[in-house]
Design a protein around this ligand. Sequence first.
Ligand SMILES: Nc1ncnc2c1ncn2[C@@H]1O[C@H](COP(=O)(O)OP(=O)(O)OP(=O)(O)O)[C@@H](O)[C@H]1O
Ligand SMILES: [Mg+2]
Length: 254
Amino acid sequence: MRIVAVANQKGGVGKTTTSQALTAGLADKGYKVLGIDLDPQGNLSSACGSVNYNVPTIYELMKREVTAEETIQHMNGGYDIIPSNIMLAGAEQELSQTGKEHRLKEAIAAVSDNYDYIIVDTPPSLGVLTVNAFTAASDILIPTTAGIFATTGINQLNETVKSVQKYCNPNVKITGILFTRFNPRANISKQIKELTEQLSQYISAPIYKTYIRSAVAVEEAQANRVDIFDYAEKSTVSEDYKAFIEEFLKGEQE
Ligand SMILES: Nc1ncnc2c1ncn2[C@@H]1O[C@H](COP(=O)(O)OP(=O)(O)OP(=O)(O)O)[C@@H](O)[C@H]1O
Ligand SMILES: [Mg+2]
């Protein structure tokens, strides 16, 4: 069982899109997958379509008011989701006690063996929620877009990972950096080279060979509340995410 935290404090780099593609794509391959929405924006929950908001969410679970079983919802895509909503925004202040970094890990301990993969979508910050995801995780996946503003924050992200490794979870590692939202009309190999050079100043972590191209199908799928594979199986983005999942699974065997 692996728990993958999808993180980057920069907003809009494809964390939620990647979390959803990984959750749905691994389920399509027959794995048992749980997606956890740890972002108060609730984007992963709304992108999944059939989420019921009248039952407890990750917020109540983090506050130890309910059990994980009570928050898990079964989706049409064959995977499970623990949804989130805006209430979770209060968690930052409310979880102030000692051990607050361990809440997610403790909360899902009873159900984690029911899954092959647990994918955790995180908010665009390095606060207590993201630290909870890193503390529970075996793997950290960092999506990033091209551009200097997208890469400079990676240093801070790396420092947060190191501090979690030191104080909360020595076993967590950065599995890889995934380049997303590439303009298919631009010179991609040149962009990849530049981005790799920029990143190497801040972090030494594996970079996935697969990159994700930009395509309108992503927003359309999210607006229609279905995953990219169900919405447009033959689109470039579906192909890219399928290739990424193969690379992700292959990396596991090495
Ligand atoms: N490959 C892609 N092609 C086109 N649009 C994309 C792609 N990936 C993501 N997007 C769009 O970019 C926006 C941001 O993507 P997403 O929500 O996945 O990023 P995020 O990192 O989760 O953002 P936030 O930090 O706000 O949580 C969304 O509107 C999404 O539809
Ligand atoms: Mg998001």
